[in-house]
Design a protein around this ligand. Structure first.
Ligand SMILES: Cc1cc2nc3c(=O)[nH]c(=O)nc-3n(C[C@H](O)[C@H](O)[C@H](O)COP(=O)(O)O)c2cc1C
Length: 188
């Protein structure tokens, strides 16, 4: 038996609960729950997040002037052992609501790199992304890596599904199974 329960936080940027990126996330989270991990899921569409306006007060104070659902994201990521982000590709990148969350992480970046009072224990991260056509997923991955690095999260695995505009249901059902393999990247 494991000494400590593993906490897995799943962050979905899917537009609805039926979004295929979210169905892939659900499939993986389900796999984690089968091995007794504690699952916490966040759907970004349910959150109220203000945009970072580049005020940069955080670089001096270590706090953000906006008080909104970022506090929930912070709490969940800090307590997580594994963070899974799932996102569709929008205009070759991630959707604006996910990017808004990542931009708001400037306060943690400032605390880590300028104020030197934010240094978390290492965590593992996974990235799931899907796209209608066949874009370069590296654009989105670069942003996710930058987001993860602020919280000392190492990208341990990724699953990308292109061509959702044209693939048939069987291929999608196959990917629902395949994505579960990501669990092996973090629970070795
Ligand atoms: C605003 C918007 C922008 C999109 N931009 C791209 C794109 O640049 N490249 C691409 O391959 N698909 C693009 N798509 C298609 C989505 O990536 C695709 O439909 C995906 O399966 C949606 O995932 P979901 O079911 O999780 O919402 C875009 C869709 C939307 C709504």
């Amino acid at each position: 038996m494991r000494e400590k329960e593993i906490i897995v936080v799943g962050i979905s940027a899917g537009a609805t609960s039926k979004s295929r990126s979210e169905l892939l996330l659900n499939s993986l989270l389900d796999e984690f729950s089968q091995v007794n991990c504690k699952i916490k899921k966040i759907a970004i569409r349910d959150l109220k997040i203000s945009f970072c306006d580049g005020f940069r007060g955080c670089e001096k104070t270590g706090t953000c002037k906006w008080k909104d659902d970022m506090q929930l994201i912070e709490r969940k990521i800090i307590e997580a052992d594994v963070v899974v982000v799932s996102s569709p590709i929008y205009f070759t990148s991630i959707p604006a609501n996910l990017k808004a969350i990542i931009d708001r992480c400037q306060v943690y970046w400032a605390r880590k790199n300028i104020l030197k009072n934010f240094n978390l224990e290492p965590k593992k991260g996974l990235f799931i992304s899907i796209a209608g056509r066949n874009p370069d997923f590296n654009h989105a991955e670069t942003i996710i890596r930058a987001f993860f690095s602020v919280f000392n999260i190492k990208l341990a695995g990724k699953y990308y599904l292109p061509n959702t505009d044209t693939i048939n249901e069987n291929i999608f059902l196959e990917s629902i199974k395949e994505v579960k393999n990501l669990i092996k990247e973090v629970l070795k």
